[in-house]
Design a protein around this ligand. Structure first.
Ligand code: SF4
Length: 255
């Protein structure tokens, strides 16, 4: 197929001006510009981590037309469910939950065991696929934009996260309003604004996911070392942020 006939390239060139329209120095400005530039449904997927809580704060307090959703894997920490409730009460808004397909969970646990992810990478990927990736697909179905809490300095896989980019795999514009924030800057903003955060952050958990796959950090360890710590670094992502050919996120900065 000639390049000019490629649906993927045509789509990417069409969305160039939209991607460029996502801009701003502040989180609120970036989110508002995304709402203005992207025509269609915008979805923010929150894990209720500290970055996501800061974004949730701005979406809810600015009353932006962005759906706030979370993927309840069924294996989250009790502290995360408490924070979920606290956040809904604080902002008097509901965070919509997407759940894994019950039959798929039954089949996956039947094959690998309830904690099979500790014993085989394939089991871990299968569990993340059933509990996270498939529900994410449903959450983003029909969306034109996807807001995430990714920061460029979180790990080697995320080192070139831009403010906005065309996600060819999902056919939408992906927006990361905290792409240039440090962990300390996010924490300072949450403190300043009184944003509720997970109690586990103060107990050595900078990155919080499912309870069996997240541990506290030892002194000097990088931020995401506590996630799937029994695997090597280049395979450790959950599969939510992949390129069209299944590679981990390594996009060029556009802002
Ligand atoms: S993080 Fe662990 S428990 Fe959660 S979906 Fe992935 S493998 Fe399963």
């Amino acid at each position: 197929m000639a390049e000019a006939d490629s649906p993927l390239l045509n789509a990417a060139s069409r969305v160039g001006p939209i991607v460029a329209g996502v801009r701003g120095a502040t989180i609120a400005d970036r989110l508002a510009s995304a709402c203005a530039a992207i025509d269609g449904r915008l979805v923010f997927t929150t894990s209720l981590g500290i970055e996501d809580q800061l974004i949730t704060h701005h979406i809810f307090t600015s009353k932006l037309p962005i759906e706030v959703v979370t993927l309840d894997t069924g294996r989250l920490f009790g502290a995360t469910y408490r924070l979920w409730q606290e956040t809904e009460e604080r902002y008097t808004r509901r965070i919509r939950a997407y759940y894994p397909d019950a039959e798929a969970v039954t089949a996956m646990v039947g094959e690998w065991g309830v904690n099979g992810f500790y014993y085989a990478r394939e089991a871990r990927q299968d569990c993340c696929g059933v509990r996270k990736v498939e529900p994410l697909g449903r959450a983003l179905a029909g969306a034109a934009g996807w807001v995430t809490g990714l920061r460029a300095d979180q790990s080697g896989q995320r080192s070139a996260v831009p403010l906005a980019e065309w996600d060819a795999q999902r056919g939408l514009v992906k927006v990361a309003p905290l792409f240039d924030y440090t962990r300390d800057a996010v924490a300072a903003e949450c403190e300043r604004l009184g944003v509720p955060v997970n109690e586990l952050h103060a107990r050595g958990f900078p990155s919080i996911g499912c309870e069996p796959c997240t541990r506290a950090l030892k002194p000097g360890e990088p931020e995401r070392a506590g996630r799937w710590w029994w695997e090597s670094d280049d395979t450790r992502e959950c599969g939510l942020h992949l390129t069209a050919d299944g590679k981990l996120v390594r996009a060029k900065a556009t802002a």
